[in-house]
Design a protein around this ligand. Structure first.
Ligand code: FAD
Length: 496
């Protein structure tokens, strides 16, 4: 039955594609191209092999200089400026299979891109192959059975819009241009996660192109080991071409907005949040942030709120925040959930040249609050932000070993971000963040693979997957023994 729905969806998706995607396969002979393998060996790809690949694709194959190459190679964070040797732009799962088979045959360094939000810059690469899923986007909702089928390159906003139009929702992230692919494979926290769980907790099945080029369906019933691994195991096991999500009925509106206070009240506001973050109702999601803007503008401490429960209970749920009294700004009001989901699309500091360190916290101690407030330093050349994504609630009531995502005990994901002009030399900004983070890191327990810093080591990744790492390594050996999919929170294949 599920298989039949998938096939129906594929036909629908092909019919829905603008014809130029289907017809724009590369024409003309490709030159030989210098490339690099996953192990860093320099190789030359023959033009005839590239022509053969282009002939297999319904979508495009792009080389440097081709129209669309520069758009495809870049990520949201412009400080990552990488130049792949070739870029495949699949329009269907068969294209993904051809691209993966080619990458495997040539042992190419391989990157996979969905929304391009990677904090470690791993969804593009230098001299390897990039599979950019930007033309593999579409959502089909079955309102009766409360399911959504989402193609592997889709963005969150597309899913939210299609679901809300049917009076339904699935919990995804907080910025609508984030990719469903990366967000879901790492876990997927959002404004409704405390109520409905993480994105992976609402995943029913996936279609994955594995390293051997097969298209594999995985769910609790079929290839259950792979299904366990993709729920939190990052992009380690293949290219997901389709996500099937469970949907929840809900009214289109929530109570949401931002309440901000002068920076001088940071300790008090953070203390109040620390006291009730772990005991708040599942309907309440509150992300605090400390923001120090550039050029000496006044700093602030802000609480971004989304309350999704019954309106009659809202004031009781919000009482601890209200007790903080007079604020500088309060935009809290009844809003369309879709508008809330788009509200930070432009303003998120991670959406410009930025650097981030992050880690999960399981306890919001007084010492941590002191380290946060005393350690943060303004600098006229950059925006410095320390922010927390509120976890817990339904997302914490799933056993640590039920999915590859292990951080069920986290009450918040803490992120220190600096944002700076793209033209600036980032060294100083990065050094300042690392120095601030030194004081915060002892309070963390592992990190979110989706907010991984650039310089994370293999040992740190292994430690962060906690008790799930060995099982992930065994799965990796089964599905990707040569570590083709290595540009992610990489799990090394277990040795036989
Ligand atoms: P990409 O850079 O395209 O991909 C990241 C990695 O995911 C790739 O390297 C690849 O390994 C893998 N990948 C992507 N798609 C596929 C696929 N279809 N098949 C196989 N592998 C794939 N996270 C949250 O949980 N909640 C939030 O609210 C949230 N908000 C964010 C807001 C901003 C502005 C930013 C920059 C990040 C945010 N994040 C959030 C973090 C986000 O989850 C990660 O950056 C995630 O990797 C983004 O997914 P993407 O598809 O856009 O990224």
């Amino acid at each position: 039955m599920q298989r039949r729905r998938f096939l129906q969806f594929s036909l629908w998706a092909a019919a829905a594609l603008p014809s130029h995607y289907v017809l724009a396969a590369r024409t003309g002979r490709a030159p030989d191209v210098d490339a690099v393998t996953g192990n860093g060996q320099q190789i030359s790809l023959r033009g005839s092999d590239l022509d053969e690949l282009a002939g297999q694709l319904q979508g495009q194959l792009l080389l440097a200089g081709d129209q669309g190459y520069d758009k495809a190679r870049l990520l949201l964070n412009p400080s990552f400026d990488k130049h792949p040797a070739l870029i495949a732009m699949p329009v269907n799962a068969a294209d993904v299979q051809s691209a993966v088979t080619f990458a495997k045959a040539h042992a190419l360094l391989l990157a996979v891109k969905c929304g391009g939000h990677s904090s470690s810059g791993q969804s593009s690469c230098d001299k390897g192959m990039l599979i950019d899923l930007a033309n593999l986007r579409g959502v089909r909702v079955d309102a009766e059975h409360r399911r959504a089928w989402v193609q592997g390159g889709s963005l969150l906003g597309q899913v939210d819009q299609a679901c809300v139009a049917q009076g339904l929702v699935t919990p995804l992230g907080t910025v609508s241009h984030t990719g469903v692919g990366g967000l879901t494979l790492g876990g997927g926290f959002g404004r409704l996660a405390r109520r409905y769980g993480l994105a992976i907790d609402n995943l029913v099945s996936v279609d994955v192109v594995t390293a051997d080029g097969r298209l594999v369906h995985a769910s609790e019933q079929e290839n259950a080991d792979l299904f366990w691994g993709v729920r939190g195991g990052s992009g380690n096991f293949g290219v997901v071409t389709m996500f099937e999500f469970r949907l929840h009925p809900r009214p289109p509106q929530v109570i949401a907005g931002t309440i901000s206070f002068p920076f001088a009240r940071a300790r008090e506001v953070m203390g109040v949040w620390a006291d009730y973050a772990s005991v708040a109702s599942d309907d309440l999601y509150v992300d605090p942030s400390l923001v120090l803007p550039p050029a000496g503008a006044p700093g602030m401490v802000a609480l971004e709120v989304c309350y999704s429960g019954p309106a009659a209970d809202a004031e009781a749920a919000l009482a601890p925040i209200r007790k903080l009294g007079k604020s500088d700004r309060d935009t809290l009001k009844t809003m369309d959930y879709l508008a809330v989901q788009r509200a930070n699309d432009a303003g998120d500091s991670r959406a410009i040249a930025s650097y981030m360190k992050s880690g999960f916290v399981t306890r919001l101690s007084g010492d941590l609050m002191t380290a946060i407030v005393d350690g943060i330093r303004p600098d006229p050349r950059r925006t410095t932000v320390l922010f927390f994504q509120h976890c817990g609630g339904a997302s914490s009531r799933v056993p640590e070993t039920a999915t590859a995502f292990a951080h069920r005990d986290a009450i918040a994901n803490m992120m220190a971000v600096v944002a700076y002009p793209t033209v600036a030399d980032p060294k100083d900004h990065i050094a300042a963040t690392r120095s601030y983070w030194k004081g915060l890191e002892p309070f963390t327990r592992g990190f979110y693979v989706n907010d991984m810093a650039r310089e994370v080591t293999a040992a740190e990744i292994s430690e962060s997957f906690r008790g799930n790492y060995q099982r992930l390594a065994a799965l990796k050996a089964k599905y990707d023994p040569t570590n083709l999919f290595r540009l992610n929170a990489n799990v090394k294949p277990a040795q036989a």
